[in-house]
Design a protein around this ligand. Structure first.
Ligand code: IPD
Ligand code: CA
Ligand code: CA
Ligand code: CA
Length: 275
């Protein structure tokens, strides 16, 4: 309806502005975080800046849209996550936010981290924003209106593009069993693509797939905030996002395969599911 579109535009405008604000903080503090803590496993880090970014984003959203729900990596409770997947958040609008995607790069001072903001309306992704503050690249999409990089329309690679002519990107999970399984999966596709890259940020990979730079991205254990924004941006750029068996994606988290949606997608599913 006209009313819905008007609200969506306000939400989108705020998300774009906030992504740049948080991005500026990331760029400024890169490699300079004073406080670094570990989460469940030693290789899973969180810094004061991850938390500060989320606080900044959440406060601003609360000011403008106090009735909106919030699921962010550094504040989410198990209950909030569960509500997200069972579609029972109390508000129709939900912000699904990763304040810094690529924390390990951020800690190392490697300029490969982004801000990821996905916004759902009753479990349908409606707005996606990913900002790379190091290259000043702002990717965004609104359902039904296409995907953009700094305001210019972007498209995934042509559907007839073959896996052999593209780069496959993948994530490296921190949990030991998931990491080992991931590297086995990488081996299955390794000789069927031009090359492979792991840049340490699911959202960065996904925005590059949307822009037609990479053929696909996959990982076996993601959380909703890692891919919520990238999911919509890729779909609006003409691509496809599923699980590793080619089944439809949800906001549940778990395995993800994101691509231009053509031959590459089917070939990846085929290769990953060979024993
Ligand atoms: C991580 C990154 C990484 C992926 C991990 C994620 P974080 O997110 O996206 O590329 O392999 O699974 O947890 O912790 O840097 O926000
Ligand atoms: Ca993290
Ligand atoms: Ca993340
Ligand atoms: Ca994060």
């Amino acid at each position: 309806s006209v009313h819905f579109e008007a609200v969506a535009t306000q939400v989108e405008t705020l998300a774009l502005k906030l992504a740049k604000q948080a991005g500026a903080l990331i760029r400024e503090k890169s490699g300079k975080a004073l406080q670094v803590d570990t989460k469940e496993v030693r290789y899973d880090l969180v810094t004061e800046v991850d938390k500060a970014c989320e606080r900044l984003l959440k406060c601003e959203v609360r000011n403008v849209f106090p009735e909106h729900d919030w699921v962010g990596e550094e504040t989410a409770t198990e209950l909030e996550l569960k509500k997200l997947v069972t579609n029972s958040l109390s508000a129709p609008w939900t912000w699904i936010v990763d304040p810094i995607d690529g924390t390990l790069s951020f800690v190392d001072g490697v300029p490969l981290s982004v801000v990821s903001i996905g916004i759902a309306y009753r479990n349908s992704m409606e707005i996606g924003v990913i900002y790379n503050p190091y290259h000043d690249e702002l990717f965004h999409a609104r359902r039904g209106q296409g995907a953009f990089l700094n305001g210019n329309p972007i498209k995934v690679l042509l559907p007839e593009t073959e896996l052999e002519d593209t780069t496959v990107t993948f994530g490296i999970p921190s949990k030991p069993d998931k990491r080992v399984a991931m590297l086995k999966d990488v081996t299955k596709v390794a000789l069927h693509c031009r090359s492979l890259k792991a840049l340490g940020s699911a959202a960065l990979h996904m925005s590059y797939v949307a822009a037609g730079r990479f053929g696909c991205f996959f990982e076996n254990d993601l959380k909703p905030w890692d891919y919520a924004a990238g999911w919509l941006i890729i779909e609006e750029a003409g691509g496809r996002v599923t699980d590793l068996e080619g089944k439809p994606q949800t906001l549940l988290g778990g395995p993800i395969l994101a691509s231009n949606g053509g031959i590459i997608h089917d070939r990846m599913v085929e290769l990953l599911n060979l024993d």
